[in-house]
Design a protein around this ligand. Sequence first.
Ligand SMILES: [Zn+2]
Length: 162
Amino acid sequence: MRLQTGREMSGMTLIIEREVYDAMLLAARRAAPLEACGLCGGKDGRVTQFYERTNVDASAERFRMKPEEQFAAIKDMRAKGLRMLAIWHSHPTTPARMSAEDVRLAYTPDVVYLILSLANPDAPDLRGYALENGSPVPVAVEVHSLSTDNQHRPPSHEGKPT
Ligand SMILES: [Zn+2]
């Protein structure tokens, strides 16, 4: 990570587009009680593309992607001028924290590890982690949509002639 403001939080914020978040939630709910997994492509710290991948372990406690499906996603990102920003999986019943197994299998450098927890089905919890010296450090994650961004303009400006 380029920035490091403290021990608690890595300096970066990962933006997730609303459509990507919705796709993650759908994938997690469909796969439950098993874990779902996928890759996230984007640029400039903003995830715009989600690739749900098969969890070949078909497990409620861990995931492993098919190598050929991983390569296909990476190839598609390259074709679109994106890079892999995050590796995502769901925790159907446990909190959105990296398990010891998740940390052990986190080989990929310079990505955010995203976990979507369905432990509280009414309040899905998406969290991100960067690995620093082998330890997960929380990364700020924000879900944005273009239409919501536009709504941030003051309402009084709506419809005014320019
Ligand atoms: Zn996990």
